[in-house]
Design a protein around this ligand. Structure first.
Ligand SMILES: NC(=O)c1ccc[n+]([C@@H]2O[C@H](COP(=O)([O-])OP(=O)(O)OC[C@H]3O[C@@H](n4cnc5c(N)ncnc54)[C@H](O)[C@@H]3O)[C@@H](O)[C@H]2O)c1
Length: 224
């Protein structure tokens, strides 16, 4: 049995994670921790899963790394600065694996504390990396005047527009433009249950990853 600790266990994602872990014959919920609970309850876990808040996750993560616990991080808010900070902790804990997953499915939650979402940040970074690998520069942009914010935020020169509207749950649309044509890739998560296969994949697979920081599920899905 893999012993799993859940950080943010009383939250919307945390409750769903506890539910699917309880249904999994090979996994055991060894600790349910929420705000105000002592992190010591996580000692002895094989894996910790964090679905808390961007303002809380770094302290949680640091505690887990210091206690040599493997961690799957679902909480959003991880840009390169935070990833670099985590990388800086790891040389002192060479056996620890940290798996940061911006999207267990593909989507973006409304009512979110952060914008762009972790998913959008990661998507924009990957688009920029693909453009760079193809020898392309920043996407062309003829804008000469704009109201502040009208062109969205830029992540590695890719424009990101975060829509926060009541009624939306988790949606992402990526729009590519060419000469006289567009290509739209859209994903809608309609229920938090859609994230759970990815969470289970991460919990079951993290032990097979090399120590250190891994971002995204691609390696566990055999895509890299
Ligand atoms: N990676 C993904 O695919 C994915 C999918 C959905 C949500 N998320 C992210 O997961 C996070 C949680 O989402 P949610 O909808 O469950 O939020 P939520 O607000 O419903 O739950 C967060 C829980 O964390 C608890 N918490 C806050 N600070 C804590 C701390 N220091 N220690 C322990 N627990 C603490 C809160 O009390 C709450 O119960 C968000 O950042 C969200 O963007 C990621």
């Amino acid at each position: 049995m893999v012993k799993v600790g859940v950080l943010g266990a009383q939250g919307r994602m945390g409750r769903e994670v506890v539910r699917v872990l309880n249904d999994a014959p090979d996994l055991e919920v060894a600790a349910e921790v929420d705000q105000g609970d002592a992190l010591d309850a996580l000692t002895g876990c094989d894996v910790v899963v964090d679905f808390t808040h961007p303002g809380a996750v770094m302290a949680n993560l640091r505690w887990c790394v210091q206690h040599d616990l493997d961690v799957v991080v679902g909480t959003s808010g991880f840009g390169e600065d935070r990833l670099d900070e985590v990388r800086g902790w790891l040389p002192d804990h060479p056996d620890v694996r940290v798996l940061v997953v911006p999207n267990f499915s593909i989507g973006a939650i409304s009512g979110k504390a952060d914008a762009p979402s972790g998913t959008a940040l990661r998507t924009a970074s990957m688009i920029a990396a693909a453009r760079a690998a193809a020898g392309l520069g920043a996407p062309p942009d003829a804008t000469v005047s704009a109201l502040p914010g009208a062109r969205g935020a830029t992540v590695d020169d890719v424009h990101v527009h975060s829509v926060r509207v009541a009624g939306l749950v988790a949606h992402q649309e990526v729009l590519f433009g060419g000469n006289g044509e567009t290509l739209t890739i859209r994903h809608d998560s309609l229920d938090r249950a859609s994230f759970m296969p990815g969470v289970l994949l991460a919990v079951r697979g993290i032990g097979a990853l090399p120590p250190g920081l891994t971002v995204g599920l691609e390696r566990l899905l055999g895509l890299e």
